[in-house]
Design a protein around this ligand. Sequence first.
Ligand code: NAD
Length: 312
Amino acid sequence: MADIIDGRIVARKLDAETKAQVDAMVAAGAPRPGLAVILVGHDPASEVYVGRKLKKSNEVGIRSFEHRLPEDTSQEDVLALIAQLNADPEVHGILCQVPLPKHIDTGVVLRSIIPSKDVDGFHPVNVGRLSTGTGGIVPCTPFGVMKLLDTVFDDLTGLDCVVIGKSNIVGKPIAMLLLEREATVTVTHIETKNLPDIARKADIIIAAAGAPELVKGYWVKPGAVIIDVGITRLKNEDGSTRLVGDVAFDEVQHARAVTPVPGGVGPMTISCLLANTVQAAQEQLAGRSGDGSDIDFADLPDRSMIFAEGGK
Ligand code: NAD
């Protein structure tokens, strides 16, 4: 039987660390970290996610500022709110829940959040910093995936990792984080040929395709570790629903360890959001802009890809 990597336990530990950091900041006289959450419209899943984020923020001592806007709010009004939050010293992180209503350009809205408050890590500045190894805010789900891997491995150097899915918010940042840790990374997607053969060579499989039970038992080498990011809600015959991951869980019991769905990556995402909010607050209080203009490039580690000697 494969070991189960229990995301709930890892998330609770991270929350405790985040709370301790908040308590230490407040005890030292710093302002309490603040997270603004924007929800436009009434998407039921988004309502649930936002509710959980606000509740968990309060549990770790982060101040939350809730902005619920009607479905027909104009893009200009959303941008005006973000501009106000960008300038608000009590707000250290801004999260705009997606999906946004169709009349709003999600890219324009997300890019309007200043990089230092972009606790989702979606802004191109943070993406660029991640891919050049120059810090910045790491997207929450990829951050959570790495924390789960850390419960199994001390060192990822040279391990063969196959990432299934190349989205900007999950697959690509995970690949960047694995490369930072000196793993050998193959990124695959819907057009990849011979995916089962590629997956079968992997020491680590990260499944982030949103394709229910895509990864079958014969795709998995004995002893591999599998992180299942995918979550799809499927309808049962009786009309009830169930959550299914990208991995055929029962077929992969020859793996060394696997994350369940639910209870694997999912709980990590909110905990990483809260950790990012505290990191953002600390950076802002230290006077760092978060846009990269304050990086001392002369002081970067040798392995940075910027001004690299042969890329390493
Ligand atoms: P996306 O649709 O943006 O990207 C999916 C990627 O998977 C694409 O690159 C696509 O080419 C690839 N893909 C799709 N079907 C495939 C197949 N059959 N074979 C190989 N590759 C395939 O999705 P996303 O936003 O990256 O999310 C991926 C999954 O992760 C979804 O199920 C989503 O719900 C889940 N997710 C979970 C969390 C969490 O907190 N646990 C957070 C974000 C996303």
